[in-house]
Design a binder for this molecule. Structure first.
Ligand code: FAD
Ligand code: UDP
Length: 380
């Protein structure tokens, strides 16, 4: 009945389903264990009519024209440039740390001198990871690096990962470099914005092709069996079509080598009867509080509504307990080795492909996963 079975309806699964059905004429079954489509990008109105992102704030940004044009087939965009402020010792300051933050911290006169030093050392417009900046031998630059490390990275990273910045994969803190510019935007990508009517309608459109059937509330591992001899069974019968798996790879194999480590999150929503709560859509709490950040959704989506809904994010260790969601792969040499062992098991199944943040154990943004899914589905 189906040519392909796709497990998971986030951007990995939905993009693959769309391409396989629309461009390749395949009959596709999408299995999703949650009660809704969209994976972690799912959004929905809360009981006050305010559009919220149930699994944390998602801002689309990319330099990849193909991905932008592809997603633009499913949505118009609300032109939004994401800016974040850090709440640091009672003051709001632009994050990533940039030359405007420098001015706020050091005052106009001193900042002018420091600005010239930074430009001479790294070049105007450059992006310097904090761990790189800390290596600079100049006394003044070391002083700036110390401020950024202590006031922006240390506590936030301890909350988010339970480890210090120098203990985690440098690519993670490198996502938020020190900017040698006056650009207050969080992302410098050429395309950025929010889907005009939200993310969920994008998924509804992507999965609307008549040759795509979507079943929610179905744990694929309850209907598919991965036999040791490399054969996949669907409802007890051999399935020779293509299987695309976008869930956690360890669960696919019953966590037989032990659980792959992830970080999880707990979200606390609060509705307030006031027009606005904070200066920007996202405020990072980099030196205080147990939560890492607060998102005020109206400021992200541009929605006009009475009152405002905010979301606090509390990082948590992931235990695999029922209901807990693995949000972030923890990339390090040991975990990546464990991932490879699972990947080797997966290679036993010639008609199965691993795709997505969980199946590939990678810190992919939306654009990266859409790009990968487009390529994978077109090459199948
Ligand atoms: P997911 O969205 O996780 O989808 C996987 C799906 O598979 C889920 O729906 C899951 O229920 C389903 N599934 C798993 N196992 C099974 C099973 N056994 N049976 C059936 N279904 C199953 N990216 C950005 O570009 N911008 C942002 O601002 C941004 N913010 C983020 C904020 C947070 C808090 C997090 C965690 C991520 C953020 N991301 C952001 C990244 C973005 O969420 C991912 O790139 C994207 O969701 C990856 O899509 P995916 O399909 O790989 O995974
Ligand atoms: N980070 C930090 N302070 C900040 C922002 C980011 O220490 O104010 C670090 C932290 O380790 C975080 C990483 O940089 O996990 C990447 O930040 P990003 O905002 O990209 O995280 P995401 O939105 O993916 O959770």
């Amino acid at each position: 009945m189906y040519d392909c079975i796709i497990i998971g309806s986030g951007f990995a699964g939905a993009t693959a389903a769309d391409i396989l059905a629309r461009e390749k004429g395949k009959k596709v079954l999408v299995l999703e264990k949650r009660s809704h489509i969209g994976g972690n990008c799912y959004d929905v109105e809360d009981k006050h009519g305010i559009l919220i992102h149930q699994y944390g704030p998602h801002i689309f940004h990319t330099d990849n024209k193909e991905v932008y044009e592809y997603l633009s087939m499913f949505t118009e965009w609300y032109e939004y440039s994401h800016e974040v402020e850090g709440y640091i010792d009672g003051e709001y300051m632009p994050v990533p740390f940039n030359l405007n933050t420098l001015r706020q911290v050091y005052g106009e006169e001193k900042a002018k001198i420091l600005e010239e030093k930074l430009k001479a050392a790294y070049g105007e417009g450059s992006r310097v990871p904090i761990l790189e900046l800390r290596k600079n031998k100049d006394k003044d630059i070391q002083d700036i690096a110390e401020f950024v490390y202590q006031k922006i990275f240390l506590k936030y990273t301890m909350k988010q990962w339970g480890q210090k910045p120098e203990e985690i994969d440098p690519a993670v803190t490198g996502r938020v470099p020190v900017l040698i510019s006056h650009d207050n935007r969080y992302f410098q990508d050429s395309y950025q914005g929010m889907p005009l009517r939200g993310y969920t309608p994008i998924f509804e459109k992507m999965l609307s092709h008549p040759d795509i059937e979507v079943r929610t509330r179905v744990d694929a591992l309850s209907v598919l069996r991965f036999r040791k001899d490399g054969v996949i069974l669907y409802n007890g019968r051999v399935f020779n079509g293509t299987v695309i798996y976008t869930g956690p790879i360890d669960e696919l194999f019953d966590c037989q080598y032990g659980r792959l480590p992830y970080r999880s999150l707990e979200f606390e929503l609060e509705y307030l009867q006031k027009d606005e709560y904070q200066p920007k859509a996202v405020v990072n709490y980099t030196v205080s509080e147990d939560y890492t950040r607060i998102t005020e959704f109206k400021k992200l989506t541009g929605q006009k509504a009475n009152g405002t809904t905010i979301m606090r994010e509390y990082p948590r260790a992931y235990t695999g307990e029922k209901g807990q969601i693995p949000y972030y792969a923890i990339s390090n040499a040991e975990n990546n080795r464990l991932y490879k062992r699972y990947k080797q098991l997966a290679q036993n199944y010639k008609n199965m492909y691993l795709l997505g943040r969980l199946a590939e154990y990678k810190y992919y943004n939306i654009d990266a996963i859409v790009a990968r899914a487009l390529k994978a589905a077109r090459n199948l």
